[in-house]
Design a protein around this ligand. Structure first.
Ligand code: GLC
Length: 396
């Protein structure tokens, strides 16, 4: 019989690497042989179920390469870009990328603290978290509109999602090559901009993304709880009030007919492409019960949109951009299922949550620990020995 817990544990240990004093886990040894930011947050969450020391080490390696301005890069090349079998991307700085990813680190650290109450560990990482979230709150929101901006689609973690077609000026049907080329051009711009997000990069790509901001809200709340445990009540109040500000700004600038849409540019133009981002507000708990119920019934459980044989496809079936093998343009990703699962539990929707868990487990049993899956056939796609499947042990 398939021992899920054992399989997840084995995969994480198999992908774990040490570099000097640091330890981190590869998302996939063949396709992704470096450290990635939100992946490491996922890893830490998974490790809390069987190895709290590894959970902490995953966080410590990530913050070790924090920039002076507070940003935590989304990739660290511990072995150097040329030493691993991955086509090296020149981000303009040695050893790391120069963009970030969804800010899941306070969540991961809170989960570690919940498990063992190690206040010494919290004390050691809190300054890093403080400066990282302060960076996002200031540099990515220069005019205090209370929405955090991203400067490259990759910062969303959903590289070629159709949410970014409009700001990249691409049609719904496109190749991965052209999409990648556009994102590479943004990397070049970032180098020319000397990594200055608020004054320079915002002229080339400036998206207020729904999942990024929802993740920010939930993480600021947990950061406030961490600050509270360190008796730092001013910080706690500050971060909590920022979470509230983002939530109300989302209502003003993103919400329309019950759906939150990502926006781009100074005019906050809504990007009305249906992706799983519609369900991210469940994770941040910013909908009321009635709004949540309508969203779930009308869209998540709708067979013409998101309720496929193996939910949840990252793009709605009825979108022109939908492609069941198109990376972030259709396939089901277990990391995304984890966010939706947690969101459904926030509202007591245990039935669809249970179905998402069951189907995520079924995907692992059928196709192994693949990066993403065909939402109708369950066929495994993309990277192999991919760690995100391990999040099923946290669907509880
Ligand atoms: C892909 C994913 C991104 C992830 C990375 C490593 O680029 O789009 O979200 O962090 O792979 O797994």
């Amino acid at each position: 019989m398939f021992d899920l817990h054992q399989a997840c544990k084995q995969l994480l240990y198999q992908n774990r690497r040490c570099e000097g004093d640091f330890q981190y886990t590869l998302p996939s040894p063949t396709s992704y042989p470096h450290q990635w930011f939100w992946d490491s947050c996922f890893h830490a969450i998974i490790y809390t179920h069987f190895d709290i020391t590894s959970a902490k080490r995953e966080i410590l390696s990530m913050v070790a390469r924090q920039f002076d301005n507070g940003m935590i890069p989304h990739m660290i090349y511990w072995k150097g870009p040329d030493e691993a079998p991955f086509h090296p991307i020149e981000w303009g700085k040695k050893g790391t990328s120069t963009i970030t990813q969804p800010p899941m680190i306070a969540y991961a650290v809170w989960r570690i603290f919940e498990k063992d109450g190690d206040i010494k560990f919290i004390k050691s990482v809190y300054p890093h978290l403080y400066h990282f979230y302060r960076y996002l709150l200031t540099e990515r929101d220069p005019h205090e509109k209370h929405l955090i901006g991203i400067i490259n689609p990759d910062e969303s973690g959903e590289d070629n999602s159709p949410r970014f077609d409009l700001p990249l000026n691409l049609p719904p049907i496109q190749t991965l090559e052209i999409n990648t080329q556009r994102r590479m051009e943004l990397i070049e711009k970032n180098i020319e901009c000397k990594f200055d997000a608020p004054f320079c990069m915002r002229n080339f790509f400036w998206v207020k993304d729904v999942p990024f901001n929802c993740i920010m809200i939930e993480n600021l709340r947990l950061l406030a709880k961490l600050a509270q445990n360190l008796d730092n009540h001013d910080d706690a109040n500050y971060f909590l009030s920022k979470a509230d500000c983002i939530a109300s700004s989302m209502v003003h600038l993103m919400l329309e007919d019950g759906i939150y849409w990502s926006t781009y540019g100074e005019k906050y133009t809504k990007i009305k492409v249906k992706t799983w981002a519609m369900f991210a507000p469940l994770f941040a708990h910013i909908l009321n019960q009635e709004q949540a119920s309508k969203l779930v019934n009308d869209h998540l459980l709708n067979k013409n949109e998101f309720w496929t044989n193996y939910p949840v496809p990252t793009t709605s079936l009825d979108e022109a951009a939908f492609n069941p093998r198109g990376f972030w343009r259709g396939p089901t990703w277990i990391g995304i299922n984890w966010f939706i699962y947690k969101g459904l539990i926030n509202y007591g929707f245990t039935d669809p949550a249970g179905k998402i868990k069951e189907s995520s487990v079924a995907l692992l049993e059928k196709s192994g620990f693949r990066e993403h899956f065909h939402p109708n056939t369950g066929e495994g796609l993309g990277a192999e020995n991919f760690t995100w499947g391990g999040l099923v042990i946290d669907m509880n």
